[in-house]
Design a protein around this ligand. Structure first.
Ligand code: SAM
Ligand code: SF4
Length: 387
């Protein structure tokens, strides 16, 4: 086992290459291959690359997971594909449906781990919240996932399988119905700490699923891994949400320990680079969990307004979602309103997140899945990714 510190090159935390990219694998899970990778595999097999596109259409536009059903491919090709590839659909452990229609699925992974995926239908949109890691090593003090520790990165295939599973379970036609209009990497884990698997997953979401997701409808939420914010902009430039949660370094060091590595000034510089040259309406959403008596005072709101003044920013206040053994409490509604008013008076676009699915522990930060043999590790107080 080696320990890769967050220090240094992005590759240090990108984790191992997803299984899907190791072309020597005998049975590659097709959920893990983006268009270019699949075309390359078809070329290696001596098959016309356009066939790769046909296969992807069966999987991501028609929701099929069996080669037998791919009727525009010859019998010979279908059996060659079955010998080299698999389409491994996830195994459902439990499904819970909230009074507000939110659905939470616990999906089993190899090795006894399980992750959680949440579907949130709302007026005019339907958001799927997906996981990127089993647990999380970032150790934010107010997050239930952090309490689980970190086990491993998800592969691209495991990320994509969540979306495919949700679309199939919701019973929609992948092509014609907007069963899923938005995807947010806000489930278990820090997506930018698993960049090597998350990037191809984003490409598959944008290029191949039939929902017609634009990059504005895919949101990567991060606790602030600065080098990867820059990489994301260069590579796919999706919508970005930043978990800020505090207006000064002293408090953020305590709530979001990665701040000790990438303090607020560095983080906001990366955010400025992310929005540079874009339409002013392209905001970064700054998430701010409202913790009673901790970060919810008028002084905090004034500091936050000063910090974000002049930036393409929208603040999303998230009422804290409690979990067993937490030391925090949710801010009082009056405190949240007063906080929002201070920001709005300073012309900062501010919304308060409606808590969804909390009766089934499916709200932000409540996802725990099942994390086997936790390997959370710390180096000088900075969480490290273990691989
Ligand atoms: C679980 S995280 C996953 C994405 C990424 N790791 C991040 O921190 O942005 C998604 C969002 O939930 C927030 N969150 C975590 N724990 C929470 C809690 N107990 N109550 C409300 N929001 C929480 C995070 O701060 C973040 O904004
Ligand atoms: S808030 Fe995000 S980064 Fe922090 S521990 Fe939870 S999942 Fe990880």
């Amino acid at each position: 086992m080696t320990h890769a510190a967050i220090e240094g090159s992005p590759a240090a935390v990108a984790g191992p290459a997803p299984a899907a990219s190791r072309s020597a694998d005998r049975c590659t899970n097709l959920f893990g291959l983006d268009r270019e990778q699949l075309r390359a595999r078809f070329s290696e097999m001596g098959e016309a690359p356009y066939r790769a596109h046909q296969v992807m259409q069966w999987i991501y536009r028609r929701g099929k997971a069996s080669f037998d059903e791919m009727s525009n491919l010859s019998r010979t090709l279908r059996s060659r594909l079955a010998a080299q590839f698999e389409i491994r659909t996830p195994e459902l452990v439990t499904e819970q449906v909230s009074a507000d229609g939110t659905r939470k699925w616990v999906l089993r992974l190899d090795g006894g781990n399980a992750i959680e995926t949440v579907y949130i239908p709302e007026e005019g949109r339907a958001t799927l919240c997906i996981s990127s890691q089993v647990g999380c090593a970032m150790d934010c003090s107010f997050c239930a996932t952090a309490q689980q520790g970190f086990n491993r990165n998800l592969t691209t295939a495991e990320i994509i399988a969540q979306v495919w599973f949700a679309a199939r379970t919701l019973g929609g036609d992948f092509q014609n119905e907007r069963v899923i209009s938005n995807i947010v990497f806000m489930g278990m884990g820090e997506p930018l700490a698993n960049y090597g698997a998350v990037l191809p997953a984003i490409r598959i979401l944008l290029d191949d699923f039939g929902f017609g997701l634009s990059k504005r409808r895919v949101t990567v939420s991060t606790s602030g891994l600065v080098p990867f914010i820059d990489r994301l902009r260069e590579d796919v430039d999706t919508a970005l949400a930043v978990s800020l949660h505090a207006p000064n370094d002293a408090l953020r060091d305590e709530l979001v320990p990665i701040n000790r590595k990438y303090p607020i000034a560095e983080l906001l510089d990366a955010c400025r680079r992310y929005t540079a040259g874009k339409d002013r309406k392209t905001h970064i959403v700054y998430e701010y969990v409202m913790l009673d008596g901790v970060n919810d005072q008028p002084e905090h709101a004034r500091q936050l307004a000063k910090l974000l003044g002049g930036m393409s920013a929208k603040v999303n206040l998230i009422p804290f979602n409690p979990f067993p053994q937490t030391r925090y409490r949710r801010s009082k509604p009056e405190a949240i309103q007063a906080f929002a008013k201070i920001l709005r008076d300073k012309h900062i676009l501010t919304t308060t997140r409606k808590t969804r699915g909390d009766d089934i522990d499916a709200a932000c930060g409540q996802l725990v899945g099942r994390v086997q043999s936790r390997q959370k590790n710390r180096l000088g107080g900075i969480p490290v990714v273990v691989r």
